[in-house]
Design a protein around this ligand. Sequence first.
Ligand code: ADP
Ligand code: AMP
Length: 214
Amino acid sequence: MKIIMLGAPGAGKGTQAKMIADKCGIPHISTGDIFRANIKNGTELGAKAKEYMDKGLLVPDELTCGLVVDRIQAEDCKDGYILDGFPRTIPQAEALEEALNKIGQRVDFAINIDVPDENIISRMSGRRACTSCGATYHVVFNPPKKEGICDDCGAELVLRDDDKPETVKNRLRVYHDQTQPLIDFYSARDVLRTVDGTQSMEKVFDDILKVLGA
Ligand code: ADP
Ligand code: AMP
């Protein structure tokens, strides 16, 4: 099954993608995590991506599309995958569609997690991200067992630089301008399914499983 997660920054894409990946045994591919790993490892891609991420802007399509198109051809993707944070622009969606068309495949579901802007700022300022494995928590809605420490791998949890309110406002603007049009793009292909992302994580997950028939 090939699944795309859509939704504003902070809507819960990563949280749900991880749960679906665990349940369905398919890889969770987050472009944000890939860029952050590159920044941490000091690569050239990481240095370029950081310039945009720090400002709440999208990393250019030229740096993003190729890496995803390569990644989905890896052996572990043969039974499907969940794309989290990609595509984020119409050209990215077209690049993905073209790559899939070439091998006679298509996206099965684009899950749109719907959360109004008013809820986003508090979600983002309370988000804590693991510096090692990419797991995310929330200080109120999903706290780790031990404050500041990842339950999964024991590494330190931090507030991401781009989760500070000034940057979140930019990211929301960018989302509405560049990413929201994907809702129509996937609706026209009859694969869009919208779930109410203001519910508890468990309820959102239940709704997604129903959509997937899993
Ligand atoms: P995204 O990947 O869409 O940017 P995340 O999955 O990282 O979003 O979620 C953003 C923040 O909101 C995290 O701190 C997460 O723990 C929290 N969160 C996710 N889903 C819910 C939910 N249904 N209710 C409350 N908080 C949530
Ligand atoms: P995320 O972890 O999905 O919230 O992404 C964090 C940041 O990484 C975004 O604000 C962008 O700057 C960058 N990014 C992640 N995915 C993409 C993408 N598909 N296209 C462009 N930029 C991206």
